[in-house]
Design a protein around this ligand. Structure first.
Ligand SMILES: Nc1nc2c(ncn2[C@@H]2O[C@H](COP(=O)(O)OP(=O)(O)O)[C@@H](O)[C@H]2O)c(=O)[nH]1
Ligand SMILES: [Mg+2]
Length: 456
């Protein structure tokens, strides 16, 4: 072991000051907390230079081995830059949350760390300086829901989505789109106006599922988060029933929409899978379980299905990898139950257990508050029972307490559990310390779990 470490140390020494690039993906469905996570991570890495206790569960920081952190510029051909300055200003300036973003962005931080060689030799020669460029890519988790579907033909994908659109509670939102389909001749000549009406009706159905029923397992992901694809002609498609005759007519709507689905799959491979997904060294997946718990049994079940799909994308079978044209398996993900400051410390073990139950055995499951907005308190009710709760500031400067009656369930709760509805308050972020650091829960544990080779 010592010999191996010595060899790798020596190799790095001989290679000189070459910078290693480490790519960290941060993803999750809309509002899961990606922007806040990236902002808090950068703020606390900078603050930890002065006070290593800011990230004390990351050994490299706690032991004082992180010696510098600088934001690096991106090249002109790179992805859009993460708005770090604006996000830091929002959190630092007036206890506001940063503006939400809906696109893939990248933040590059140049880190210098001291990397000690273990054993006697190490004590003799001292630690080596190591330069790491940490590239953090924040991208919509909705895109991950597409991955297991990409190998499907247009026929198979359509059949699945049509069947789902007829089930509760989706059917109610799908009415307008299904009515268009009912009067459509899929063998009619493809005409732009008709294709646009169909695609827009399908996109409207997906948005209503998300906004009115808090459903999560929705695809294609780019219909909800088009990013740079906004307005592209190949997004004019939707699931279609098979033409009655065995073979679709040349130039028909059906044939054209199938070509668009194929183009969607090709672009996803060329613009997301190969340049980004295939190159990540670490994957942090943020999940807001409070939203799912507070929105009722149907929404919870749908979030569970979406998480299963995301987990499957991050542990694809070798067969799927090959069909997607990927060479190596993605890194072991770190799943995080975000906004853990909604519950007191005594409940966070349950929160992590619930997440582990939902995502299965692949990867770590950690309860996380990238920005902790609350303090733990105890309340005594009229019958003298003591209740652990949290308290924080909400809009208007009022102080509000919150608790999950009965506690966070550690497994999928019974239907009746959902009878009690929760209004989750929107707590305001706290003022940063004089060093710019922000209070958090387990941000450092997430960092060490995702990137042990850098922060371990
Ligand atoms: N209490 C609390 N709220 C959070 C935390 N992270 C995010 N939020 C809330 O969730 C909202 C959405 O977060 P954001 O990072 O913009 O989500 P994104 O869509 O995944 O980028 C924020 O505006 C906050 O209200 C956290 O750690 N604690
Ligand atoms: Mg965002």
């Amino acid at each position: 072991m010592e010999l191996q470490a010595a060899a790798s140390w020596l190799r790095r020494f001989l290679l000189g000051a070459a910078t290693e690039t480490v790519r960290l993906a941060v993803t999750g469905l809309a509002r899961a907390g990606k922007t806040v996570f990236v902002t808090a991570l950068a703020a606390n890495l900078l603050a930890a230079l002065r006070d290593p206790r800011r990230l004390s569960a990351a050994p490299a920081v706690a032991e004082g081995r992180l010696v510098s952190v600088n934001e690096a510029g991106l090249s002109v051909t790179d992805a859009p830059l993460f708005p770090l300055e604006a996000s830091l200003a929002a959190l630092g300036g007036g206890a506001r949350w940063p503006e939400p973003t809906r696109r893939l962005t990248k933040l590059a931080l140049d880190l210098e760390l001291l990397s000690p060689l273990p054993g006697q030799f190490g004590r003799l020669v001292g630690p080596l300086r190591r330069s790491v460029r940490l590239e953090i890519v924040d991208y919509p988790g909705e895109w991950l829901l597409d991955l297991p579907l990409l190998p499907l033909s247009f026929e198979d994908w359509s059949a699945r989505q049509l069947a789902r659109a007829r089930t509760f509670p989706r059917a109610r939102f799908a009415e307008a789109w299904l009515a268009l389909l009912a009067e459509l001749d899929v063998q009619a000549p493809a005409e732009e106006g008709a294709m646009r009406r169909l695609a827009e009706a399908y996109a409207a159905y997906l948005r209503r599922c998300r906004d009115e029923a808090a459903l999560a397992d929705l695809c294609p992901g780019r219909f909800l988060n088009p990013d740079t694809w906004d307005g592209m002609a190949f997004l004019l498609f939707c699931p279609l029933p098979l033409p009655p005759a065995a073979s679709p007519k040349a130039g028909s709507i059906w044939e054209r929409m199938r070509a668009h689905w194929d183009e969607y799959r090709r672009r996803t491979r060329v613009e997301f899978l190969l340049p980004h997904f295939a190159r990540f060294d670490a994957h942090v997946v943020l999940v807001d379980l409070f939203r799912a718990l507070a929105s009722g049994a149907t929404s919870f079940a749908d979030t569970q299905a979406a998480l299963a799909a995301i987990a499957a994308s991050l542990r694809p079978e070798p067969g799927l990898l090959a069909r997607l044209g990927l060479e190596r398996a993605p890194p072991r993900p770190v799943f995080c139950a975000t906004k853990a400051d909604y519950v007191p410390a005594s409940q966070r073990g349950q929160l992590a257990a619930l997440l582990r139950h939902l995502v299965g055995g692949n990867g770590a499951a950690i309860a996380l508050a990238a920005v902790a907005c609350t303090r733990d308190i105890t309340l005594t009710d009229e019958r003298g029972r003591v209740q652990d709760a949290v308290e924080g500031l909400v809009e208007g400067g009022r102080r509000e307490a919150f608790w999950f009656a009965g506690g966070v369930p550690a497994e999928t709760p019974e239907q009746t559990w959902f009878d009690r509805r929760y209004e989750v308050p929107c707590f305001l972020p706290p003022t940063p310390g004089s060093d710019g650091g922000l209070r958090h829960v387990n941000l450092d544990r997430v960092l060490a779990a995702a990137l042990p080779a850098v922060f371990g």
